[in-house]
Design a protein around this ligand. Structure first.
Ligand code: UDP
Length: 152
C-alpha cells in the first residue's frame, strides 16, 4: 500500500475553480493525500516534466498553457495509485474521456484538460522527485484504512 502517484491540477483547473471538486474525487475514492502545494512553475520545470514531449508540434502551446498560471501539485497514496489515478482522470483527449472521469465531466479540448496524472509507477517516481523534496512528503496512517481496504 505504499504506491504513490503524482496528480497536478493544471492552470485551467485553478482558473475554473475546480480545485476542490478534483481533490474530492481522490479523497472519495480512498486515496491518501501525502503532499500538496500551489506552484507557478518555471520553464525548466515544465520542460523536465514533459521531457518526452518537447519535440512534439503541440509542445509550444502546451508549455504556454502550463506556464499561464499556478498549478496544484499533489502526491496521493493508495493501492494501485498510478493506474487508478489515470482511470479517475480519464483519457488524454476529453473527446474520448468517459463521463464520470474528471476530464469526461469537466473538459472539452485536449489542450485544456484540467489535470495531470502519472502514467505509470516509474513516471510517478520521476515526477514526484521533480516536483517535491523528500521532506515535503508526509508519512501518516489515516484512521479509516481498514474501512477503505479489505486487507490493509
Ligand atoms: N496535449 C496536447 N495536444 C495533444 C496531445 C497532448 O495539448 O495532441 C497536451 C495535453 O494537455 C496532455 C499533455 O499534452 O495532457 C501531455 O500529453 P500526454 O500524451 O502525456 O497525455 P496525459 O499523460 O496528460 O494524459
Amino acid at each position: 500500500m505504499e504506491e504513490t502517484t503524482f496528480i497536478m491540477i493544471k492552470p485551467d483547473g485553478i482558473q475554473r475553480r475546480l480545485v476542490a471538486p478534483i481533490i474530492a474525487r481522490f479523497e472519495n475514492r480512498g486515496f491518501t493525500l501525502v503532499a500538496i502545494k500551489l506552484v507557478h512553475a518555471s520553464e525548466s520545470l515544465i520542460d523536465q516534466h514533459y521531457a518526452e514531449l518537447t519535440s512534439k508540434p503541440f509542445y509550444p502551446g502546451l508549455k504556454q498553457y502550463m506556464l499561464s498560471g499556478p498549478v496544484v501539485a499533489m502526491v496521493w497514496k493508495g493501492k494501485s495509485a498510478a493506474a487508478l489515478g489515470r482511470a479517475i482522470v480519464g483519457a488524454t483527449n476529453p473527446k474520448e474521456s468517459a463521463p464520470g472521469t474528471i476530464r469526461g465531466d469537466y473538459c472539452n479540448d485536449v489542450g485544456r484538460n484540467v489535470v495531470h496524472a502519472s502514467d505509470s509507477v516509474e513516471s510517478a517516481k520521476r515526477e514526484i522527485a521533480l516536483w517535491f523534496k523528500p521532506e515535503e512528503i508526509a508519512h501518516y496512517a489515516p484512521c479509516d484504512l481498514g474501512w477503505v481496504y479489505e486487507n490493509v
